[in-house]
Design a binder for this molecule. Structure first.
Ligand code: C2O
Length: 347
């Protein structure tokens, strides 16, 4: 059977927090109504397409608008499910043991390290983006992606490094501000590469994870995780690398648990999280495009019918299934088309 999120009244204290974390609850504010089933934007033609831009090349107008949207989200009180604090808590709730899968009160629900990783984070970004757009009254608003797979995007995007911006977060690694190049398989130790070597290394890492290690859907998405299974059945190659290393590279090594980006419970507190995950989500669609005949979504009903709960922009509580988020056209967003030079970087 598919993993399902139970009613949020069953959301409890997160029991997988690092010992240093000072957090009592990650649960969303309660809803007086029961969740409604997700329905895609009714009429695709009247629902504008949102194009997510590459963060490093976004223009000043876009950056100003995005800053306004994040500032508005941060200004909402934490008991508003649309607030930045509540949005950040969503990640903690689904990653640090606030929920048990419906029917299995003794097990933790975990959206990482399995085939739920890609679809869960797609849903999370989808609602986050709609909330931002609604806060600034722009139904075409799209979040940026951190294009770390291409040489021009291999630095922390400048808009996030501006200390006076709501996109800034103090709990980051101070050695990794621009123009430092990211290391896509960072393991906590600084590599001794020249910039050219680092770019070349990163492109080969991308080739390895996206092509060599991801020839089939079951390899790409990660291990099955069904109702009643122990969590953490096994990540797919992209969840493993570069997803994990980019988190660790961003977080502050002076914080007890690598906060913010370096730990599940706190990662959503850094606005950079959503740009990182937009690129992870983009990798899902890029991977499908690499070989449309063989690179397909999974067809197992236990994947397709797995479901999560989110608040939308109204805010109302929505139950959304994996099968609802396989078609980006239907969700009315896409990614700016940018080069993928790693495709020819066979190691
Ligand atoms: Cu839910 Cu990047 O982790």
């Amino acid at each position: 059977d598919p993993v399902a999120t139970p009613d949020i009244s069953s959301c409890g204290p997160p029991d997988q927090l690092p010992p240093s974390a000072n957090v009592l609850t990650c649960c969303p504010p309660p809803s007086s109504a029961s969740p409604v089933d997700f329905a895609p934007p009714a009429d695709a033609s009247s629902s504008p397409l949102r194009t997510r831009p590459a963060a490093h090349s976004a223009g000043a107008d876009y950056v100003a608008k995005f800053n306004r949207a994040i500032a508005a989200m941060k200004a909402l009180p934490p008991d508003d499910p649309r607030s930045f604090a509540a949005q950040a808590s969503v990640h903690c709730a689904y990653c640090d043991g606030s929920y048990s899968p419906d029917g299995f009160p003794g097990l933790d629900l975990q959206v990482h390290n399995s085939w739920l990783f890609m679809p869960f984070h797609r849903c999370y970004l989808y609602f986050f983006e709609r909330i931002l757009g609604s806060l600034i009254g722009d139904p075409t608003f799209a979040i940026p992606f951190w294009n770390w797979d291409a040489p021009d995007g291999m630095r922390m995007p400048a808009m996030y490094a501006e200390e006076s911006s709501p996109l800034f977060d103090r709990r980051r690694n101070g050695r990794h501000v621009p123009p430092k190049l990211i290391d896509l398989d960072y393991n906590g130790r600084e590599p001794r590469f020249t910039d050219n070597q680092q770019v070349d290394h990163n492109l080969r890492v991308m080739y390895r994870q996206m092509i060599s290690l991801s020839p089939t859907p079951s390899l790409f998405f990660g291990s099955p995780y069904r109702a009643g299974d122990d969590p953490n059945q096994g990540p797919g190659p992209v969840e493993n690398i570069p997803h994990g290393p980019v988190h660790i590279w961003c977080g502050d090594p002076e914080q007890p648990a690598g906060e913010d980006m370096g730990n599940f419970y706190s990662a959503g507190r850094d606005p950079l999280f959503y740009a990182h995950h937009a690129n992870i989500d983009r990798m899902w669609s890029v991977w499908k495009g690499l070989d449309p005949r063989r690179h397909t979504d999974l067809t197992d009903p236990d994947w397709l019918d797995a479901s999560f709960l989110f608040y939308d922009e109204d805010p109302k509580l929505v139950r959304i299934r994996v099968r609802d988020v396989l078609d980006m056209d239907m969700l009315r967003y896409r990614y700016q088309d940018v080069p993928t030079p790693w495709r020819s970087a066979r190691p």
